[in-house]
Design a protein around this ligand. Structure first.
Ligand code: ADP
Length: 190
């Protein structure tokens, strides 16, 4: 299997690139943000609980997200591989993911991490907020908090994969096609 962690701060372009990557490598896309927004739209108990955190730009508790992703992996028995987008976001999530995958006799192949300057992240998120209707993209304080939470809780996940020799930084500035080319360059080396 080819299992890719697509990593980067909020607004780095993970969702955009994931769409092209799943097409090229025939992978299943698992975006925790998308799954949580789906739960919210369905007004499920999980979605309503998650909303409290998402609206503030805080992380949804690990046990909620871990249980959710495990269920999704189990539903995809025949998959050639996965793109994890927005997950893992903490070291605890990364450890749980390794355990889930090893139960299925597989593992993370690579972590590609998009690197984007902070001002560009803010610009992209505010721009997206105008069209997406996402509440967490429309408030500068929430955006600033998401970036702070990323730096504090999520960036350490880099060390986790670095220790396994799987961390590959990728320049996330430029056109969508240029960035896609860089990501594929790293993934093709696996
Ligand atoms: P972005 O990467 O642009 O911030 P996402 O759609 O990935 O957007 O996530 C939106 C929100 O969903 C996050 O701010 C957080 O509240 C929640 N969320 C998504 N993935 C996770 C995760 N793995 N762990 C905890 N919370 C998460």
């Amino acid at each position: 299997m080819l299992n890719v962690v697509l990593f980067g701060p909020p607004g780095a372009g993970k969702g955009t690139q994931a769409v092209n990557l799943i097409e090229k490598y025939k992978l299943v896309h698992l975006s925790t943000g998308d799954i949580l927004r789906g739960e919210l739209a369905a007004k499920s108990p999980l979605g309503l609980e998650a909303k409290k955190f998402m609206d503030k730009g805080e992380l949804v508790p690990d046990e909620v997200v871990i249980g959710m992703i495990e269920g999704k992996i189990d539903q995809q028995a025949g998959a050639k591989g996965f793109i994890f987008d927005g997950f893992p976001r903490t070291k605890a999530q990364a450890g749980a993911l390794d355990k889930m995958l090893s139960k299925k006799n597989t593992a993370i192949s690579i972590m590609v991490a998009l690197e984007v300057e902070k001002q560009e992240l803010v610009n992209r998120l505010m721009g997206r907020g105008k069209v997406s209707g996402r509440a967490d993209d429309q408030d500068i304080n929430v955006i600033e908090n998401r970036i702070a939470v990323y730096n504090r809780e999520t960036a350490p996940v880099i060390d986790y994969y670095s220790a396994q020799g799987k961390f590959k930084p990728v320049n996330g500035m430029g056109t969508i096609d240029e960035i896609f080319g860089r990501l594929c360059g790293e993934i093709d080396k696996v």
